[in-house]
Design a protein around this ligand. Sequence first.
Ligand code: FRU
Length: 487
Amino acid sequence: MKTWTKEERYRVLRDPEEIRPLHERICRSDWRQTYHIQSVTGLLNDPNGFVYHDGLWHLFYQWCPWGAVHGLKYWYHTISNDLVTWKNLGVCIKPDTLYDNKGAYSGSALPTDDSLYLYYTGNHRDENWVRKSYTLLVDLKDRETPTKLPPLYGPHPDYTEHQRDPKIIYNKEKGKYYIILGAQTKEKHGCVLIYASDSPTQDWHFAGELKVPGFEAFGDMWECPSIEKISGYDVLLFCPQHLTLPGRGGTVHHNGYLLGQMDWDSLTFTPDNTQFHVLDFGFDSYAAECAANPEDQNKATLVAWMGLPDAAYPTDEEDWSGCLTLPRELRVRDRRLIQQPLEDLRALRGRSVDLEATDLLPRVCELELISRGGDLSIHLLAKSDGSGGLSIRYDDAAREITVDRSGLTHRFNVDQGEQRTRPLPKGLFHLRIFLDRSSVEIFVNDGDAVFSSRIFPVAGEERLRLEGDASVRVWHLKPAVEDDFVV
Ligand code: FRU
């Protein structure tokens, strides 16, 4: 594995031509995605500033141009009018001031009548490499010209250096703006800090630390927090770090949520119960971001990084890593979030595969499976003798579903476990599975659970094998992202 010097990781991109050859090489990779957002080169991590504005969906992401390494981060901008096909617009926020000299870190967006405000963390380090985080604001008037406004505030002295990922929230009833930040107390507990103002651009003051009864010691840092209102519920989403959870193998970074009630007067989020719900049961999902649905407040749309901090992927050797999940529609059902593929995704369906005639799976496809009951075992990308592949097993007696990627030739992050299990108390009746060239997303029982994972198949891993009683349909899927060089 390549080792990076600090100079290499934090090198400033002065001219796009510096990375054109890298892009040309990466484009030839067999694992480049065809309908998932991925970076032109280097590393993609968190989605940022996901919002509907001026007739378009805007989605930005964290990008480090040089390789599969967390170094100097930029905000890269993509747009869409249907959340299915995406166009690259290039870099939006550059880390080019003293306040963000070591990275334009994650954040969120606020659409107003005449502007799009982007709130982000300026990751500043001094000559002794001491970190200070600033909450910074960009005014993006016309999509093309980001104007940096004066810093909103700097680090809070009562917390450690880990303070980042501003999520802007407008509270209509109070006519007030809030920014919530992920942070770490000096006792090394994850928490959320709240800032408030009457104006989106100035006069911000510290309002206090969010109280979350029952979750005072739950991981040592909370990244990317947000509070959303979905179907009348308040939802606190966040990424607690450095803790293990049942059924999650050796992974110590999680993305999940609490359902409850947010009281902005007492700055308290009261969870309905003590249950921290995992957002995605697959291997690779983190830093999810929600966008409000402009037409229907009962829904929101969620997208996440299909990756994890401190994980390595086979494409690291090719100098790129990371992609985003498909955007999903979020709703609340039976007091939990359900996530479903967007209706418009069906437009990507092409020819269907005649499974009577072949067991060869297209490299890029969607599968829909309806179970007639009992145990089920599906092997995707199995070898020609039927062995190996990615297994999805439903055990009817135990009422649980397991996804196992240990059967694929390329095994990675093995120390974090190669199986993920989720109970299905009501049984398994429906699966929708989206395969791209290096990922799989499995939607279980109409969005009751989702498993998102990177997988890196090699030649000969291409068969479908099914054991159990179910009907299956498979469609080729058309591409929805272009691997064009826009920087
Ligand atoms: C989460 C995260 C954020 C930070 C960003 C830097 O993956 O660590 O907390 O802002 O990534 O790229």
